[in-house]
Design a protein around this ligand. Structure first.
Ligand code: ATP
Ligand code: MG
Length: 397
């Protein structure tokens, strides 16, 4: 038998269903948001300008999935109504893009395959907008532009200001435009000019994080397609839903966990995926994330964190800055690193770690004339931090 000869696809029926790029044919637990969305876009069915829509919500809560679903449904409806105007949809991810490159993408999506692409360099931004309007007019109908991760743009006003005025300013006569902006940054709206805000945020739909029950429903539906009958135990689904709900309420994380658990079961030759498989990989997934996060910090920052964790382990108590400093100096020497010598530098690193979410800081009032001082506490499992620091240290760099 060859190397791969012993492999048996025992648990998966369609593993792709658990992959990131899978587009679900059914969206669950988002009825209210879908209804709002439908209402905002419905004018497009009758050849009227639709509302512009902005979606907000944390990572993995279904903004992209719901948008794809709603627009696909709209397209299908328009296609089958003889009287309806055409609908054209362009999706752009704004991450690492300039306004010019985004407009260029929109133009190129409209130019027929035989036509010349709009150049990457040369024309001005105004030239690009003018060309875009020309192409939109040539094609006609209603154009939906979906701008995902729109908060990553350095100058969103200059992209968004234009579109709502294109008809009033005579650039568009036949064609219409609907803007859909997606962001997981709620403060983003405050960075926009008030004119852009009033014209573009006609409909704001906010997506909350999922709770464990909602995640279970989504997972059950996926598991039914992904696994062969009876290969996924309900306990596995409950475990994934519980972990993901406790972390960030993200459906993406929940689905990732289920995929990891399935692979874990397969690797062990088990033909039933259970909560044990989820637990086994959840640990390593979150450990891996923590290790990356700690390893990203500077050497002294890591040593300060390790010192505080060791102090807490040995004394069972939080630490003053001075106590962290003492422990840090011995830890640094153990690692053959020249320690920093001022209290200010240690406090600076503690402040940084606090801001990054590694630590908690409480203020302590030390009585009359004693002034204020701080106590520090690691805001993570200290044993894990100590283990992770050890493993980083023994990894050759
Ligand atoms: N209500 C839902 N029903 C079915 N699947 C869902 C639902 N919500 C999310 N998903 C699935 O979870 C994953 C993450 O969802 P999605 O990509 O839409 O999140 P997002 O809000 O766009 O996140 P990000 O801000 O990171 O782009 C996808 O695989 C998606 O298909
Ligand atoms: Mg998305």
């Amino acid at each position: 038998m060859g190397l791969f000869g012993d492999l048996d696809d025992t648990i998966y029926q369609d593993k792709d269903v658990l992959k990131e790029d899978y587009q679900p044919d059914e969206i669950l637990e988002r009825e209210a948001e879908i209804e709002e969305y439908k209402h905002a876009l419905s004018d497009a069915v009758f050849g009227r300008t639709p509302d512009n829509v902005f979606l907000f919500g944390k990572a993995g809560v279904g903004k992209t999935a719901v948008t794809n679903y709603v627009l696909t449904e709209l397209q299908a409806e328009v296609d089958q109504r003889d009287t309806a105007d055409d609908v054209h949809i362009s999706r752009v991810n704004c991450n690492n893009e300039s306004v010019y490159s985004i407009v260029r993408t929109l133009i190129n999506n409209l130019i027929p395959p035989s036509g010349d692409r709009f150049p990457a360099k040369g024309p001005s931004k105004a030239d690009a907008f003018e060309r875009l309007y020309r192409e939109m007019e040539r094609v006609g109908g209603t154009h939906f532009f979906v701008f995902d991760e729109i908060d990553h743009l350095s100058d969103p006003d200059s992209l968004l200001y234009e579109f709502p005025r294109a008809r009033a300013n005579g650039y568009l006569e036949d064609a219409r435009v609907g803007i859909i902006g997606i962001s997981n940054n709620y403060t983003f709206r405050n960075t926009l000019s008030s004119k852009v805000k009033s014209t573009l945020m006609e409909q704001e739909i906010s997506f909350s994080t999922y709770d464990a029950t909602e995640l279970s429903t989504i997972l059950e539906h996926r598991a039914e397609r992904a696994f062969v009958d009876g290969a996924c135990d309900p306990s596995a689904i409950q475990a994934c839903a519980a972990f993901a709900a406790k972390d960030d309420g993200s459906a993406r994380q929940a689905i990732d966990l289920l995929l990891g658990a399935g692979d874990n079961a397969e690797k062990n030759g088990d033909d039933l995926v259970t909560a044990d498989h989820v637990e086994a990989i959840h640990e390593s997934v979150s450990r891996g994330q923590l290790k990356d996060k700690i390893a990203d910090q500077t050497m002294h920052c890591q040593l300060v964190l390790e010192a505080l964790a060791l102090h807490q382990r040995d004394t069972g108590d939080t630490a003053r800055t001075k106590q962290v400093m003492n422990r840090y100096q011995s830890v640094a020497r153990d690692h053959n690193v020249d320690p920093l010598t001022t209290l200010e530098s240690i406090r600076g690193h503690l402040d940084d770690l606090n801001m990054l979410g590694f630590l908690l800081r409480t203020e302590e009032n030390r009585g009359q004339g004693g002034g204020r001082s701080y106590r520090w506490e690691v805001d993570m499992d200290i044993e894990t931090v100590i283990d992770v620091r050890e493993s980083i240290d023994s990894t050759p760099t």
